[in-house]
Design a protein around this ligand. Structure first.
Ligand code: IMP
Length: 204
């Protein structure tokens, strides 16, 4: 039996502004106020696991311990079929410059690696989101969402964040970065995981 969430405020253990805005938009209809990690002054724990769920657990439990409140985390990324699932859990690392994150650099790397092996089109990929809700007593619940699609080049659009400008979701011909966030939030990996979270923890 999934544990119910009965509060009106949920700490979202992320420092990623794009993720935070999406989560606020996704959970506001359920009367939940979403508070980000920066607002709670939470540290960013090191993500030492090699699975999405492992890293999501680290973030959610660290935040629940620090705040004494139920905390939500998201570990997400993109898996590219022709690159055997890379960058996967290392999606954010591909953007690391040593002095902040550069997603144009990360997307260019993905494109260059596909070109180097002359990967066939469509270049199938999936955005994946694993949400973990952790309570201060150590209990947690896990919800996963996958958005299938393909990669396009050159990058298109200026909405969203991260790898959105090169990802065309299945059934569409525009990238996530060309969609407004309402449209993206109906079909994204994070939206699908949130739907499961809402069903499991809000009974809705
Ligand atoms: P982490 O979950 O913070 O370890 O990093 C996930 C990385 O995946 C982010 O830095 C983004 O670059 C990428 N990512 C996750 N979700 C999305 C999305 O909805 N659009 C574009 N990029 C995403």
């Amino acid at each position: 039996m999934t544990r119910a969430f009965d509060g009106d405020t949920l700490v979202f253990a992320t420092h990623n502004k794009g993720k935070l805005e999406e989560m606020e938009h996704l959970l506001t209809p359920f009367g939940v106020k979403v508070v980000g990690a920066a607002e709670m002054d939470l540290p960013e724990p090191e993500e030492t696991e090699d699975t999405f769920v492992g890293n999501a657990r680290i973030k959610a439990h660290a935040a629940a311990k620090a705040t004494g409140l139920p905390c939500l985390s998201d570990d997400s990324g993109i898996t590219i079929d022709a690159l055997n699932g890379a960058p996967g859990v290392y999606t954010a690392d591909w953007a690391e410059t040593g002095n902040g994150r550069d997603f144009v650099m990360a997307m260019t790397r993905a494109h260059n690696e596909l070109e180097a092996i002359n990967a066939a089109h469509p270049r199938l990929a999936q955005f994946r989101s694993t949400l973990v809700v952790a309570w201060p007593d150590g209990h947690d619940e896990v919800f996963e969402g996958v958005a299938p699609g393909h990669l396009t080049w050159p990058m298109r659009g200026d909405q969203g964040f991260g790898y959105d400008p090169m990802f065309v979701p299945e059934g569409h011909d525009i990238t996530f970065a060309e969609m407004d966030r309402w449209e993206k939030n109906k079909i994204s990996h994070r939206a699908l995981a949130v739907q499961k979270f809402v069903k499991g923890c809000f009974g809705g």
